[in-house]
Ligand binder design. Structure first.
Ligand code: SF4
Length: 366
């Protein structure tokens, strides 16, 4: 069934301000550490050789002497600080493969965040992911290496927009994609990710839902469900740039290529693909089917990370970079752990309401 209506902002509003920093609270609690030496020498080369082995297919050996001292320093500091690093599938290979403790899509990271035993969580991803980790771990310190790592979907909607939607469509439940601020989640009945969006929509037992903020994910869910969906005019600036025409051209040149797309892509892209699902399921698909050649229609680093694991698969790369994900770098992660920056804070009353919506999704029976 097509989306029944797509709604945009119901009032005029200014662009959202950047998220607030918690200031020096975490630094006062844990203290700063002196910067370690960052030299490339035989000892660092030996200590990090097993990590370079994981990424040697995708990171040239001339780059490793720059990365390795940071990798060694970050891994040592994580132990000293009792910290863990959660990294999204869109992080670069040296972060994803060499310093992360847990990797995955938003749902996997949200689930890991509920099990974390460490005192400090460093979120290598974007701000809404760090907020989700904080919402699920109110007593832990959550850091993001760059507070400006935002998301075009998260900035497409506010809590006030959701309240106005509820007034316009009374009684219709609100399903919110996790790519939103804690304030938006707090106004929602339940959250979803691209892995479970269809299951969440159908779990509510209603004939209509409001689905925010990704209009393309809403269309994809609507195409598979009898539930009537009211969508919001948000989109991912990375996935909306792909076109069905470019995929048709690739297919015409190489009829055997497998095309695997993320559901944040527009419908003509999804129609031109062999398989569509979340990043975690896209990776599983490639692991299981081992195509000779594949196009991952998503953020560029994901192909590098899967290529590192599966050197026998050829990845064709008409990919797009996410400028927000790329704000996270090894030097910033090190600075984050040395100087407890930037601490992510969520108002406790908002966090309690957002937690209800996120936990309702996490504990949904599969
Ligand atoms: S890839 Fe798109 S949805 Fe993901 S963080 Fe970047 S802008 Fe947001």
């Amino acid at each position: 069934m097509p989306v029944v209506e797509t709604v945009g902002p119901l009032i005029e509003r200014q662009p959202l301000p950047p998220p607030a920093s918690a200031g020096l609270a975490a630094l006062r609690k844990f203290g700063a550490k002196p910067a370690p030496p960052l030299e490339w020498n035989a000892e660092i080369e030996r200590a990090t050789a097993h990590l370079y082995e994981r990424i040697k297919n995708v990171v040239p050996s001339v780059e490793w002497p720059f990365f390795a001292p940071y990798v060694a320093a970050i891994n040592a500091l994580k132990k000293e600080r009792n910290a863990v690093i959660l990294a999204h599938n869109y992080q670069t290979p040296e972060i994803y493969n060499c310093v992360a403790d847990f990797v995955g899509d938003s749902l996997q990271l949200a689930r890991e965040a509920t099990k974390v035993k460490a005192d400090i969580i460093v979120q290598c991803g974007v701000h809404f992911m760090a907020e989700t980790a904080k919402v699920l771990n109110p007593d832990k310190t959550v850091l993001i290496p760059d507070l400006k790592a935002g998301c075009s979907l998260a900035s497409a909607i506010t809590g006030e927009d959701v309240r106005l939607l509820r007034e316009r469509f009374p009684g219709v439940p609100v399903v919110t994609y996790v790519n939103t601020s804690a304030e938006v989640k707090a106004e929602s009945d339940i959250t979803c990710t691209s892995s479970n969006a269809l299951q969440v929509v159908e779990s509510l037992g209603t004939d209509k839902v409001i689905f925010v903020p990704d209009q393309y994910l809403a269309k994809y869910v609507a195409s598979q469900s009898k539930v009537k969906i009211i969508a919001w005019k948000g989109s991912c600036e990375v996935h909306e740039r792909f076109t069905g025409d470019e995929l048709a051209m690739i297919r015409a040149n190489d009829p055997d290529v497998q095309i695997v797309a993320h559901p944040e892509c527009p419908p003509d892209v999804i129609a031109a693909s062999d398989f569509t699902d979340s990043t975690a399921h896209m990776i599983d698909y490639v692991r299981k089917h081992r195509p000779k050649r594949v196009v991952l229609v998503t953020e560029c680093s994901m192909a590098d990370n899967v290529q590192a694991e599966l050197p026998d698969v050829e990845f064709m790369r008409p990919c797009n970079l996410c400028p927000h994900m790329k704000r996270i770098t090894l030097p910033k992660i090190l600075d984050s752990l040395l100087n407890m920056k930037e601490e992510v804070v969520v108002d406790p009353a908002i966090a309690a309401k957002a937690r209800r919506a996120v936990e309702r999704m996490i504990y949904l029976r599969s």
